[in-house]
Unconditional design. Sequence first.
Length: 211
Amino acid sequence: MMRNNHAVCCSEAELYSVIPSRWATRNLLLIALFLGAVSVFAREPVSGRFIRDWQICGPFPAANLLDPAVENEESLVAGFGRGAGGRPWKVLNAAADHVDFEAPEAFGLTNQVVAYAFAELESERDGDVILGLGSDDGAMAWWNGRQVLVHDVARGVKAGEDQVRLRMRQGRNTLLLKVFDAGGGWGFAADLRPAGAETWTWKVVPPKTTE
Ligand SMILES: [Ca+2]
């Protein structure tokens, strides 16, 4: 009997030879899907991490978030040996995603203040990213020198509460945050992730601690 590609079998013997084959195909597919899913979850996206390596400057007495605490605050660029408003930038390698400004290694307990945090990121290519920002209390953000967020609010830190789409460029990018504290806790959590399905690599540039 001539068969074409759509012919359906079979003798009984052929039937039993086909069933395991279909079973194997389906299960191999499921295994492949499972392994694919595992690899997606197991692959730590370099681009999705919270930023923990900062340079910070403060505290500056402040009645609110919106008034500038230093001259030209929007143009602040941190660096070893630099300062702002008479205070030096200092390196803060946070132990957790939630950066606690009231930790002893940061500024300690205080109220009615603002401080700045600065990070540099190096990307292997251009691409759109989402900045997730939680802050205690309100915060402003500048990306590559352009203001991208102002949220004057009394709140605790909740990661990703504010979300802003940004254009990351190949090479160096800068993120400057300003965080106000009216009272109670004081800090923030900032993360970046690709805006779409594509992922690529970037890294936080470790702040220099010597010339
Ligand atoms: Ca607070």
